[in-house]
Design a binder for this molecule. Sequence first.
Ligand code: AHR
Length: 626
Amino acid sequence: TLTVDAAERGPDIADSMYGVFYEDINRAADGGLYAELVQNRSFEYDKADNDSYTPMTAWTSSGATAAQVADDAARLNERNRRYLRVSLAGGSKEFRLTNAGYNSGLAVRKGERYDFSVWARTDRASGTPLTVSLAGAKSGGALADPLRITVRGDRWTKYTGTLTADATRNDGRLTVGAGGPGTLRLDEVSLFPRKTFKNRPNGMRPDLARKIADLDPGFLRFPGGCLVNTGSHQGYEAPDFDRRRSYQWKDTIGPVEQRATNANFWGYNQSYGLGYYEYFQFAEDVGAMPLPVVPALVTGCGQNKATDDPALLERHVQDTLDLIEFANGPTSSEWGAKRAKMGHPKPFGLTHLEVGNEENLPDEFHARFKEFRKAIEAEHPDITVISNSGPDDSGPVFERHWDLNRQSDVAMVDEHYYNSPAWFLENNDRYDDYDRKGPKVFLGEYASRDNRFRNALAEAAFMTGLERNADVVRLASYAPLLANEDYVQWKPDMIWFNNHTSWGSANYETQKLFMNNVGDRVVPSTASGTPSANTPISGGIGLSTWATSAAFDDVSVTSADGETLLKDDFSHGDSRWTPASQRGSWKIEDGAYVQSDTAAEDTMVTAGDPKWHDYDVRAKATKKAG
Ligand code: AHR
């Protein structure tokens, strides 16, 4: 029974209450939201988390006497240092340089236009002829009429042309061919779809951007997460605070050929083609409040270091002031002028900014946070500077962060947690007792650990608790937002994609429902006779059984309504089940199935393809005689 007290006034709910947390994780930008089709277009890929990345990643070449990535005085510019130096063989031998794109290749649609560009120079007096072609990897057949360009002169020049696809394929390969003798230099090879979200140049992939826009987000937190924790790098033992490997907003603006490439925290290279200008523009395009996060010079995300270099701190504080000027400053200001030059003379209207992310050292973090806040408040008293509370929902680090936040009268604190669906059901009242006079909460990252219906439902239930406490919880965002299915560092995620399509999870639908229906204020209500959150679900499967499946002669998994999802009698040598070593174990936690190893999900998807559906799964195993 639900009792609603319409006469009583609950807290107001801000229009911006529910937003999105965009992080460049799971290759959210390059090969995802950023519409560029060429991978590693500027030959800048560097060793990231392992040795698999090289300056020639995604490229192959043939037919030259030598084709080498060089970093010398002939470079295009200081931020885009490497280029491809080709000693052409001459005669009838054509040099061919091919890019494989992302996932299965470059995805093109019949009838659509694709803008090609390359920076090039040649020492051959009569010029070097280039042929630019697009072909399918499997068929080898041409997907567009080729482009012919002649490179002239030994100074870097940008050459452009347009290819129109005459077929729809997801396995395209872009090839630049060159003839004649001499030394040819190439850099920043790009194939960019003409069609982007809102037709923005250097813009976003329409299907992905549309899915985000359809959420009607109140704010856009960007560009990370752990990505922005300067000095920490997944897989590196010691943090370094070196500019090269840390996300620095100033490296992400201006002409794309002058933007750096970053071997980032998540172990891959990001081109910065999507940079701060594009994020601000995107926030405006989807009607969301922009909410950038800057590094606090204390590592989080699994590492515990802080820099004591005052010059470095000063530079980062100044970079943050410059960021505010870039977003809001008049066109007569240094950074406002840069924004105007990029196409947006009007200010972007920045009102909130976050310093740091998930720092494990509360005292060190707060000392630095206060430096940032002092400098920002002195020049921009209207900006809300958001602080942090570490990586957990509770515990000593969390408590210490909160004590310090309260002591220094912080305006808003970012909380992060990733827990089981049961936790979300049990913690609906989490904010009921928060101090109404203390700092407000920005729930910047949360998710229950899967993309199944029960996760989406648990999150929806939890969000009613956020909304009931809208006077304390002012902003909330599910995390992470995007994942390319072939390059996953983190799951679950809200929206999934590959090189040609995208799909929202069940959790996406929950977010969409709440974001598109933000109330004006809470109407207090009480419920009685509700079932316990812990009502056990009957049945269950244990992968520990599967792990020893050789001992069984029949295993089947059946949905609640009797449909057989998976079945294996192990009568064939090549079992559909993946080897035991790849399986995870499942346990029943508070009545909900919890996967303790994400590989287990891959097993399910491969074996029976119950992808993105929720099943009440039962397993039946018949033990072999003996
Ligand atoms: O959302 C994924 C990661 O989770 C974020 O980068 C980090 O802040 C958190 O640990």
